[in-house]
Design a protein around this ligand. Structure first.
Ligand code: GAP
Length: 464
């Protein structure tokens, strides 16, 4: 049943204003998604803190990915490996030798640049793109953070903070085959922190020194790798569709011969059109048998798979990797969800609402419960109804200010459903449910509320 609503008459979505990284950064701070690390000390570059809404969003993205990988694929299991690993791991993986960026410094203004990110003519003429000063020769700079384990700091306890989660999976591959009786093809999924000493950290949380990855390594028989590679490319593309991302903003980028990582036979990035242009969101890589062959060589352990269904044939599996940045995906969703939408025509700033169109499955708050008035028992009734919803949904409660303003506050954090408790609720036990995207309101019996929201979430489709 459709119902009244004070903003319906002015809800005429027509035109939107541009999304910029400054707007995203400002909203993220203002509403408690992301804060600068150590801000009261002037900030720590390359590191960010996730506030109350940020951690909710991050956890939900992680859960969505985890379900997609493990629950919906019978042959993928999870792992949580340690961040600190034996230093030989990083020799075997090639990171000690190859995980470098080309670096140049300006002798005058002391700015530091990645040589592959400044114009060719500046490199050739050795002039700083910022101040025109003289640039140093290009040198290789390893991105791994080093630290020391144990009481003596003499280099004997050298240890790295992992720059990717993938290696934790490779070194556990045999354990998992044996303990969980996994048969090829199968995958291992992991979510966790990774650290890189990035030279350039700009664009908010896009490229940071501390970040989180969601990686899945899929072990296959050599020869079937191309087929599985194509399968995983399709799966990963469809994941973003399910997540309600604007698919017009996604594209594939295949790595050319000069771009391929030292381990890769073939690689594609899924790129998203961020406010600063198309940038990598996640990578799908055919890593061949590089990883397990190298770990076999460096550890001296036999990492061959024994195919008991095929005359005990032995081989080193090929690996198809899907490697997504969790924190980068969060930034993508902030950009993708953001809209300043025209809802009235009165010629002032109130004409626009800022609305985050998060998929309800990842929205930090799913339902906000709002009493129309604080008085006449409506606040108590609203708290009671919130209590009924808490078990199933992340809820919020707001009784401060005009109802229109409260809707706007919820729009700005992307709450898909606002439940309003009014005088009619006292009479007939119905509440209004306001849809964030259409701003339409319907009356729903209180007893059906939880199921109603569940059905709406299941049926959710992003509006163009
Ligand atoms: N195991 C393969 C691997 O780590 P990658 O392309 O270096 O591949 C995978 O990283 C993903 O991790 C990227 O697509 C990106 O989403 C995320 N990522 C990489 N470096 C990052 C950084 N410095 N800050 C935030 N996210 C990063």
């Amino acid at each position: 049943m459709r119902e009244r609503g004070e903003e319906q008459s002015m809800a005429v979505p027509e035109q939107t204003r541009e999304v910029t990284m400054d707007k995203i950064t400002s909203l993220a701070k203002r509403r408690g998604f992301v804060f600068q690390s150590s801000e009261i000390y002037g900030g720590q570059s390359g590191a960010w803190d996730y506030g109350p809404l940020g951690i909710e969003l991050k956890n939900r993205i992680q859960r969505f990915w985890w379900k997609e990988m493990t629950q919906l694929h019978d042959n993928i299991v999870g792992l949580d490996a340690a961040i600190l690993m034996h230093p030989r791991v990083w020799e075997a993986s090639g990171h000690v030798e190859n995980f470098t960026d080309p670096l140049v410094d300006c002798k005058k203004c002391k700015m530091r640049f990645r040589a592959d990110q400044i114009p060719e003519e500046n490199l050739v003429s050795k002039t700083c793109p910022e101040c025109g000063g003289e640039l140093t020769d290009t040198r290789k700079f390893n991105l791994m953070f080093k630290t020391n384990i144990g009481p003596v700091d003499d280099g004997s306890g050298l240890i790295y903070l992992r720059p990717e989660t993938a290696q934790g999976i490779y070194v556990n591959y045999k354990n998992i085959v044996q303990s969980n009786r996994m048969k090829i093809p199968f995958g291992i999924a992991q979510v966790g922190k990774a650290f890189r000493n990035e030279i350039v950290t700009k664009n908010f949380i896009f490229r940071t020194c501390e970040f989180e990855q969601m990686e899945m390594q899929f072990f296959v028989k050599p020869g079937s790798d191309v087929e599985w590679f194509n399968y995983w490319r399709e799966q990963r593309w469809n994941y973003y569709k399910k997540l309600g991302v604007n698919m017009n903003k996604l594209r594939w980028h295949q790595h050319g011969p000069g771009e391929l990582a030292h381990y890769a036979k073939d690689a594609y990035d899924i790129e998203y059109e961020f406010p600063m242009g198309f940038k990598e969101l996640e990578g799908v890589h055919n890593r061949s048998d590089y990883d397990l062959s190298r770990h076999q060589q460096y550890s001296g352990k036999d990492l061959q798979y024994i195919d008991q269904d095929n005359n005990n044939e032995r081989f080193v599996p090929f690996i198809i990797e899907t490697s997504a940045g969790l924190t980068r995906q969060l930034l993508m969703l902030l950009c993708d969800a953001y809209e300043e939408q025209k809802v009235a025509d009165k010629g002032n700033d109130d004409d626009y609402r800022t609305v985050m169109h998060f998929h309800p499955i990842v929205a930090p708050v799913t339902v906000a419960v709002l009493p129309l008035m604080k008085k006449d028992g409506l606040a108590e009734l609203a708290q009671e109804i919130r209590g009924e919803l808490k078990e199933d949904y992340a809820t919020d409660y707001d009784q401060a200010g005009a109802i229109g303003r409260r809707y706007r506050r919820q729009d700005e954090i992307g709450t898909p459903f606002c439940v309003t408790i009014d005088y009619q609720t006292k009479e007939d036990g119905t509440v209004t449910v306001r849809d964030r995207d259409s701003m339409e309101q319907v009356r729903v019996p209180r007893a059906n509320l939880s199921d109603f929201i569940k059905t709406k979430i299941k049926a959710y489709k992003r509006q163009a």
